[in-house]
Design a protein around this ligand. Sequence first.
Ligand SMILES: [Zn+2]
Length: 257
Amino acid sequence: MDISFDTLIQLQGVDSEIAVVNAEIEAIPQKIKDIDSEIKATEAVVSESKDKLAGNQKKRREMESEVKSLREQTAKYKRQLNDVKTNKEYSTLLKEIEETDHRVAKIEEDILNEMIAADDIEKEIKSALKKQAEEEGRLKSEQDRILAEQKETEKRKAALEKIRTALLPRIPPDQLSLYQRIARKTAGIALSPVTDDFCSICQLRVRPQMLDDLWAMKEIITCEACGRILYHRKPAAEADPEGPVDDPNRKDDSSSD
Ligand SMILES: [Zn+2]
C-alpha cells in the first residue's frame, strides 16, 4: 500500500497549528487575571493614600481635643489664681499655666504640620485617582483586545478542526493510528522530514538502505532515534513544477523538540 505522505504531512501541519492555537487559548485566562491584578494594584495605591489621610485627620482630631482640654485646664488654673492664699501657691499656679500654654503651643504647631501634610496627601490622592483612571482605561481595553483576539483564535481553531476532520478519512487507519501513537510520545510532532540524509528533528543520520526505502514510499520508515515517521522533502529547487508543494511543515523548518 502506498503511504499517504502528503495527507500525513498536511495532518501534521494542521495538528501543529492546532497545538499553537490551543496554547494561545489556554494562556488567555492568566493574561486576564494578570491585568485584573494590575487594576487592583492601582486601586490599592488610591486606598493607601486615603487611609493615610484618614489617619492624619484622626490624629488632628485627637490633638485638637487635647488642646481643648488643656485650655480648660488653663482656665481652671486662672480661676484658682483668685483664691490662692500664698505667694508660693500663686507662683506654682503661674508656672502650671505657663507650662500648659507651652504644651498647647507645641500641639498647635503639630496640628499645623499635620494640616500641611494633609494637603500633600490630598494631592497624592488626586494624582493616584487620575493615574488609576488612566491605567484602568488602558488595562480594560487591553483585556477587551485579548478577548476579541480569543474569539478570532477560537474561530481559527474551528477552521483547523474542520480541515483535520476532512483529512482523517483520507489516511488509512493503520497509518493514522501509528501517527497518533507517535504524536502522543513526541509532543505532537509525529513526522520529521529528512534533510541531507538526516532526521531533521533529532539529527540522526538515516542509513542508506532506509533512505532507499524512503524514496520508494512503499512503507512507513521511522527514525531509529526519535521514532518519528520520516519523509523525504524535495529541496525547493526540485519542487514539483506543476504546482507548489503543499507542505505545511515547511515554515517549521527551524523547529526541533
Ligand atoms: Zn529522528
